[in-house]
Design a protein around this ligand. Sequence first.
Ligand code: PGA
Length: 254
Amino acid sequence: MRRPFIAGNWKMHCGPSQARDLALAIRNGVLGSPDVVDVLVCPPFVSLAAAAEILAGSTVQLGAQNVFWEEKGAWTGEVAAAMLLDSGCQWVLAGHSERRQFFGETDETVAKRLHAALAAGLKVIVCVGETLEEREADQTAAVVTRQVRGAVGALSMQDWNSVSLAYEPVWAIGTGRVATPEQAQEVHHLIRDLIGEMASQATQEAVRILYGGSVKPGNAAELLSKADVDGALVGGASLQAADFLGIIAAASGS
Ligand code: PGA
């Protein structure tokens, strides 16, 4: 059985003071509930230290939203993996569709970020997903296959222990238009099959695949009931503690 994994991607919301408040509400919200779900929050870079302070000693884990692949140097505006570890992160996202769409992220750069993060000792959620145009042109399987192979095609067996995937159809992100549980399951199954081909059967069975795109407390249970949907990467609904805790509660029952 894979342990459910609920991750909040705060995107460009919550400076340090707001991040403290939100982290505190989440920390207190999970306190005392059975420890059956992995919970992660990913604030913006500038709020990592503030959130880390609040989350120290709690079961809620901390992640960043992006990482650069060089270790240090003249890379104005970039943040290295070791810096994220030093700020209290255990996790980082790689290849979020907003990075791909608006900041020129490619399969190649996603792979570079992933390998640098793993080498430094971070765990990584690799994000993939098709656009509406690609879905309507029947390209979903081809696009997701290319993205998965491009990012995680060259991982060692050991690396796989530190990697989760997130399937986030771009047309469902921030739009309120959630994929049906069947649509999600179909792509999650495809991704799991690919992992079997690239790695091993044990890895295929162990790797967690999260769904992302307009996940809310009201639709989480149904999505998570699908065999290959192991968790959720939550944007908008992770900014209200009550909503995020509602999704965690739905995962506790799955
Ligand atoms: P959303 O974002 O939940 O606001 O749709 C999900 C994501 O981009 O990770």
